[in-house]
Design a protein around this ligand. Structure first.
Ligand SMILES: [Zn+2]
Ligand SMILES: [Zn+2]
Length: 326
């Protein structure tokens, strides 16, 4: 049996659709039929050679468990899955930091095939059942929303804080909504008026990048996806304030040490976050994701979806792996 899958084409610095052998789940893994998958900034970077990944791309998805020998109670359930697959045995895992496992594989990013395919194999330990009230088009946002929530898991943002968010893209949109849940005074700074307008509708103040005033903030979250983002974040953080770095960028210019030391700024790196909280927020409607969907493509046109996702005005592009209509 062959399945359609979108793989990184290393030579072309692009992606291509392939027919591949059906994934074979190992002990402790489930075979999941993908329903819908999302394309994020990391995927766009991977396609261009980031991390030298060469497998099936995609790590944001919702699917249905088709087979699971080790835990048959999962079969038939609609699920999302965490992307980091831990070994469970290394020193880091034994300290309870499975997300940072030294020998981890990561769905669609490192050493393991991902979700822009008809099926994939996922460790049962990574699965979360999706509440019936959360449709596929919303459930596919669980992973990036969890990543946005990680900011609040790490930093205590108070209602009285003045917070600056740098960036207006896919992840920044979710970070903005999450930060607004705290009641803080949020200023979002970006380069796309239509994207900033979405944030304004949720209650953020917005400013175009070239008009960002000199002032400093209690907390600055950097989600620009640009190499100069970290330095800009530090420049706008007050003494004893906190900078949260949310994006991984190829060739980042890095964090300037002198202002961090002199102003005693806390710099926090932030990656993956709590899936259950993300599912609760999607179920309760506290986070609005419909407006972030720029387009939905059937799996056979996934390469086209990828090209579209690179567009300047585009936010989330989804790939529908169930309805193969062209
Ligand atoms: Zn992602
Ligand atoms: Zn480990």
């Amino acid at each position: 049996l062959l399945v359609k899958a979108l793989v990184v084409d290393k030579e072309a610095h692009d992606v291509r659709l392939e027919e591949r052998p059906d994934p074979q789940p190992r002990p402790g893994e489930a075979l999941v039929g993908v329903r819908m998958a999302g394309i994020c900034g990391t995927d766009l970077e991977l396609a261009q050679g980031y991390l030298d990944f060469g497998g099936v791309i995609g790590h944001e998805f919702v699917g249905r468990v088709e087979a699971c020998d080790s835990a048959p109670e999962w079969v038939g359930r609609r699920v999302v899955a965490e992307l980091n697959c831990a070994c469970g045995e290394c020193a880091t895992c034994r300290r309870g930091l499975a997300l940072h496992c030294e020998r981890r594989t990561v769905l669609g990013i490192q050493g393991r095939d991902g979700a822009l395919a008809e099926r994939l194999a996922v460790p049962v330990a990574n699965l979360h059942e999706v509440p019936a009230a959360v449709g596929d088009e919303h459930a596919v946002f669980t992973e990036p929303l969890a990543a946005a929530l990680e900011v609040l898991e790490q930093v205590h943002v108070c209602p009285s804080h003045e917070v600056l968010l740098l960036g207006d893209g896919r992840i920044a949109q979710l970070v903005a909504q999450v930060l607004l849940l705290t009641g803080c005074e949020l200023t979002a700074c970006g380069r796309h008026e239509a994207k900033l307008a979405l944030m304004r509708r949720r209650g953020a103040r917005t400013v175009l990048a070239e008009e960002l005033p000199e002032r400093r903030f209690d907390v600055v979250v950097e989600a620009t996806g640009r190499p100069d983002g970290p330095a800009q974040a530090v420049a706008h953080c007050r003494a004893r304030g906190t900078v949260v770095l949310k994006t991984t960028v190829h060739g980042s210019a890095g964090v300037p040490a002198v202002p961090v030391v002199v102003d005693e700024i806390t710099v926090v790196g932030s990656r993956c976050g709590p899936f259950q909280a993300a599912l609760r927020l999607l179920e309760g409607g506290a986070i609005e994701v419909t407006q972030l969907i720029s387009g939905i493509y059937p799996l056979p046109r996934a390469r086209e979806a990828f090209a579209y996702a690179r567009g300047r005005e585009v936010l989330k592009v989804l790939v529908d792996a169930v309805h193969d209509g062209v």
